[in-house]
Write a protein that binds this ligand. Sequence first.
Ligand SMILES: Nc1ncnc2c1ncn2[C@@H]1O[C@H](COP(=O)(O)OP(=O)(O)OP(=O)(O)O)[C@@H](O)[C@H]1O
Ligand SMILES: [Mg+2]
Length: 151
Amino acid sequence: MRKFASSRARSPEPSPTENRVRVATDTDIVEARQVARALAEQLGFSPGDATVVATVVSELARNIVEYASPGEILIQAVENGSHRGVLMVASDNGPGIRDVSLAMRDGFSTAGRLGLGLPGVRRLMDSFEIVSGPGRGTRITVKKWISRRAP
Ligand SMILES: Nc1ncnc2c1ncn2[C@@H]1O[C@H](COP(=O)(O)OP(=O)(O)OP(=O)(O)O)[C@@H](O)[C@H]1O
Ligand SMILES: [Mg+2]
């Protein structure tokens, strides 16, 4: 049996399955957000879930700009058996977070902001890991899997 490949011409050039965006300014936040959305859509996330992925990248990038510039965000396709999804790693060599569990609480902010970024990211993702400490910078690793549609 022969297979016919059809490509949906949603974007003329498919984005690579691994992207690194250097994050230092507000413009980089916008770029990281766009790269994340493009990859998520290319991988088959629903438009709503692609927005979730883009929002998470934008929160992580905003924190880098606000507290630890410069840093970078890696956005990468991942597979685990029949599951496909996206992995994002936000890393910087900034001051680090002294009390990580405090920073993960709703409403905690050292900048007079809402303090909803990190706890929101954790809620939106399927997995969340943060490694941070004074003088060690911050690395946040998150994953989201494509939810299976009903057959
Ligand atoms: N990359 C980082 N480096 C150093 N400190 C960070 C970093 N990301 C977050 N923090 C610290 O963790 C706190 C909580 O972050 P979170 O994103 O949850 O809230 P926020 O940025 O203060 O407010 P919001 O995201 O709601 O605008 C920040 O106020 C800041 O002190
Ligand atoms: Mg924030």
